[in-house]
Ligand binder design. Structure first.
Ligand code: XLS
Ligand code: NI
Ligand code: NI
Length: 438
């Protein structure tokens, strides 16, 4: 045991009046909301990468965090110490799930054989840890963006040998995710995009990506993995143009390559913002296409244009998102992870707890607000009423394919229609959200 978190007691729910800093004020795992416990609704996962793999270094300066397992080379002893620290954190926080990239958990590897061996060693140890604790796996993913071999892309690399290395990583990571009982498998295409069109064959790269994701789906069925596969949209960073820029683009990609019934999305609010959308837009687009999967609830910073991956703290934004998540039926295999990337100056073990407690308390409040909004039926009643013309008459006929352009035109002429503009009541509806954000 690393002992890194030994001085911190398990985090308890103490209620809104609690004066304990390291306690939940709103996240009450057993509280029932709309027939399910808060824990079952939110399915909170702690991620490995920013919490246990990042040392605080940025482009201008070195490590600030003093995580002992990151001090030397990333050998097996370091991976073991990291595993101990991570699982002691999960146990103290008491959240149900975790998620990881293959390279987060394993000792560093260079060759394909080393990759397979080092990953296998740690997967055995993760399995043993999971058996000793209550922590389950929400999702696994292969890191195909950090190693220099992926500089020009993973599955979209001009060199098929690089794609083969990626295939090896994904095969082993998907199999490990299956073996560890993961609910899903994520593909974030960090370098599946390009910097300049001058050196890039875009059509070919998208065909490579399409075939690659199909191979992942085929393998999922081959090994009997029953979890979901999710693509995580992001418009840019690290590459300038990413092929999976937002939910609608991902859906177009899935349709093009025959994957729309096999693959869903893992939405991240700050990736939405970077794509020029708001969070709830991405959730509702995924609901509309039937591809909603999971959420990385990370916030960005409105004053800068990159991905800061901070824990969520905007109550209104998350109330809106949870409203549309619940309206869509809530999480099934998916859940809520937030990368909770603490700031570089937040260099104490406690800071990791503050970030997660804050994120979980915020989501708990947003969940209650969203449930209240649903119960009030004020928004849904307004929307249902706004579209009620489509339930009968020519609207219904048109949607059912029983009226064509001639029929609609003839109807307009015959009835001499003169529809009066009807208020969209945006301010009234925004006020309803304000009154429910508490
Ligand atoms: C980066 C992504 C990444 C994925 C997992 O922007 O959010 O952390 O969630 O590869
Ligand atoms: Ni993410
Ligand atoms: Ni991100």
């Amino acid at each position: 045991m690393s002992g890194y978190f030994d001085h911190i007691d398990p985090i308890k729910f103490e209620g809104p009046d609690s004066t304990t800093d390291l306690a939940f004020k709103y996240y009450d795992p057993k509280k029932i909301i709309m027939g399910k416990t808060m824990e079952e609704h939110l399915r909170v996962a702690v991620c490995y990468w920013h919490n246990f793999c990042w040392d605080g270094a940025d482009v201008f300066g070195g490590p600030t965090f003093n995580r002992p397992w990151l001090a030397g080379t990333n050998d097996q002893a370091a991976a073991d110490a990291k595993l101990d620290a991570a699982f002691s954190f999960f146990e103290k926080l008491g959240n149900p799930f975790f998620c990881f990239h293959d390279t987060d958990v394993m000792a560093a590897a260079e060759t394909p054989q080393e990759h397979i061996e080092n990953f296998a060693v740690i997967v055995d140890k993760i399995e043993a840890k999971m058996a000793q604790t209550k922590t389950k796996l929400l999702w696994g993913t292969a890191n195909m963006f950090s190693h220099p071999r992926y500089m020009s892309g993973a599955s979209t690399n001009p060199n098929p040998d690089v794609v083969a290395f990626g295939a090896l990583q994904v095969k082993h990571c998907l199999e490990a995710t299956h073996r560890l009982g993961g609910a899903g498998y994520v593909m974030w295409g960090g370098r599946e995009g390009y910097e300049t069109i001058l050196n890039t064959d875009v059509g070919r790269e998208m065909d490579q990506l399409g075939r690659f994701v199909n191979m992942v789906v085929e393998h999922k069925h081959k090994i009997g993995f029953k979890g979901d596969i999710w693509i995580e949209p992001k418009p840019h960073e690290p590459t300038k143009h990413q092929y999976d820029r937002d939910v609608a683009t991902v859906y177009g990609f899935l349709k093009t390559y025959g994957l729309e019934n096999e693959v869903g999305v893992n939405i991240e609010p700050n990736h939405a913002t970077l794509a020029g959308h708001n969070f709830e837009h991405e959730v509702e687009m995924a609901n509309a296409f039937g591809i909603f999967g999971s959420i990385d609830f990370n916030r960005g910073d409105p004053q800068n244009g990159w991905d800061t991956d901070q824990f969520p703290y905007d109550l209104r934004e998350n109330t809106m998102a949870l409203y549309y998540i619940l309206r869509g039926g809530g999480f099934k295999n998916g859940g809520a992870n937030f990368d909770a990337k603490v700031r570089r100056q937040s260099n104490d073990p406690e800071d990791l707890f503050y970030a997660h407690i804050g994120g979980m308390d915020l989501l708990a409040r947003a969940l209650e607000n969203a449930a209240d909004l649903i119960k009030s039926e004020k928004l849904s009643g307004f929307v249902d009423n706004r579209y009620k013309g489509w339930d009968s008459g020519m609207g219904k006929k048109m949607l059912n394919g029983k009226a064509d352009l001639d029929d609609m035109a003839a109807y307009a002429l015959k009835t001499n229609i003169s529809p009066a503009p009807i208020s969209g009541r945006q301010e009234y509806l925004e006020n309803i959200v304000t009154y429910h954000t508490k």
